[in-house]
Design a protein around this ligand. Structure first.
Ligand code: G3P
Length: 215
């Protein structure tokens, strides 16, 4: 499973990129708005920070297909790394269909059901973002929804990749891996929880103490 970072915070992205374990970045309108930065400038800076070929996801805001395609063309012109995030709507499907022949990669987001994911793939989406946490936020099982999507995609040779999104804790990451999501897009604080373990820290402290005694 690949790891993307779910963030628009440039300093977080720099720190996470330096770990050497992420192969993409997903921003969304809420994350970008929090930064207070100019959207296009921020996406440009992120694209130049990471290696060529790393997916840098930027979301369109227009409600209609023409507007989405127009915004997508402007975003895609920033850098070849840019992937266009498009919400799972009728207009979004039409926009994906029009962008695919142009070679513009798309990530259909806010996907919660297998039918939505199948339609996104049929339209030519490069990725679908299957949300887990927002199900859990309302007391439902996000992992079950992701498993449904993985199951139906597995019936066919569907090229579209499944991104497990809306990750709330490390268990979501493990669930995504066990289900077979292609990618998990993880907030930085969760990424850190994945590699920080109390027993690891305890072991390092003991090794250091024993080494100091012995030396
Ligand atoms: O950025 C897409 C998705 O990962 C956001 O999820 O529910 O944490 O806003 P959420």
């Amino acid at each position: 499973m690949e790891f993307f970072l779910d963030s628009a915070d440039f300093s977080e992205i720099q720190e996470a990129w330096n770990l050497g374990v992420i192969s993409g970045i997903t921003t969304n309108p809420s994350l970008v708005a929090k930064t207070g930065e100019d959207f296009h400038d921020l996406i440009r800076r992120i694209c130049h920070l990471v290696d060529d070929g790393v997916a840098v996801n930027a979301e369109v805001m227009a409600p209609d297909a023409d507007g989405m395609v127009r915004e997508a063309a402007e975003l895609a012109a920033i850098h070849p790394n840019v992937v266009i995030k498009i919400p799972m709507t009728s207009a979004g499907l039409q926009a994906v269909k029009r962008l695919d022949p142009k070679g513009i990669r798309t990530n259909v987001t806010l996907v919660f059901a297998p039918g939505q994911a199948l339609l996104a793939a049929a339209a030519g989406a490069t990725y679908v973002s299957a949300f887990l946490g927002r199900f859990d936020d309302i007391g439902e099982d996000g992992a079950a929804a992701l498993a449904d999507i993985r199951d139906v995609f597995g019936q066919y040779a569907i090229k579209c990749k499944i991104i497990a999104a809306s990750i709330r804790h490390p268990v979501h990451v493990l669930q995504a891996a066990r289900i077979g999501a292609d990618i998990a897009t993880v907030p930085f604080k969760i990424l850190k929880k994945l590699y920080e373990h109390p027993l690891t820290q305890q072991g390092i402290e003991k090794f250091n103490a024993d080494w100091a005694k012995g030396s």
